[in-house]
Design a protein around this ligand. Structure first.
Ligand SMILES: N[C@@H](CCC(=O)N[C@@H](CS)C(=O)NCC(=O)O)C(=O)O
Length: 209
């Protein structure tokens, strides 16, 4: 029943909250979806949840968490049995966190620069560098595969993989064989298929939560 769930998910399909939908399906924990209609992100009821006026947000055990990559990191750590986090103490935790941060802080702004044809800023002033460098770094990491950290699929793949899928779907990702192969592998994941299936009837039907 609304309000009693331990994990509440604020969602507007299709949008960046799809990243968290996929993550939740990978984790396999029960959650309650609250649809937020386009535009309703700026209404007081939702601003009270996320003052940034953006989805996704989750509430877990009464605490609000926003920012898709942070939510994925939190869920992977909290529901550790799902095996999607690299734990503290494992040397691969560093690269794992690097990729979780790389998604929103390097990959996404570099793609949006290109997409919006934003005028180039002095390279040294840009925290995210330029798209070609970002893509070179990602392609090199994916070359051995099958996932960013090798054999093991992690929350970082949900974040970076979602970005790659979105950029490919919107025609904003220069073609590279590493990205095509990675996207094909991700598309086979049952959790991603389930997330897309669950969202299909909800597209565009969000109402303020
Ligand atoms: N930095 C945020 C960005 C979230 C975001 O941009 N969400 C968009 C949907 S893709 C949104 O809620 N837009 C509604 C609005 O700006 O009114 C994250 O990564 O979670």
């Amino acid at each position: 029943m609304a309000g009693e769930s331990e994990l509440i998910f604020y969602h507007t399909p299709p949008s960046r909250s799809g990243i968290v939908r996929w993550m939740l399906e990978e984790i396999g924990c029960p959650y309650e979806v609250r649809l937020v209609g386009k535009g309703a992100t700026r209404e007081p009821a939702y601003i009270a949840v996320n003052p940034m006026g953006k989805v996704p947000a989750i509430v877990h055990q009464g605490v609000v968490i926003t920012e898709a990559a942070a939510i994925c990191c939190y869920l992977a750590d909290t529901f550790a049995d799902a095996g999607l986090a690299v734990p503290v103490g494992d040397a691969r935790r560093g690269p794992y966190l690097k990729w979780l941060f790389f998604g929103p802080s390097c990959f996404e702004p570099a793609v949006i620069d290109r997409m919006c044809e934003r005028p180039a800023a002095p390279p040294a002033a840009l925290g995210w560098g330029d798209l070609d460098t970002v893509l070179d770094v990602m392609a090199a990491a994916l070359e051995p595969g099958p996932y960013l950290l090798g054999e093991r699929f992690t929350a970082a793949d949900v974040v970076i993989g979602s970005g790659i899928r979105w950029a490919m779907m919107t025609g904003n990702l220069p073609e590279r064989p590493q990205f095509a192969a990675y996207a094909e592998r991700l598309a086979e994941r049952p959790a991603l298929k389930r997330a897309m299936e669950l969202d299909r009837p909800l597209m565009g039907s969000g109402t303020a939560g």
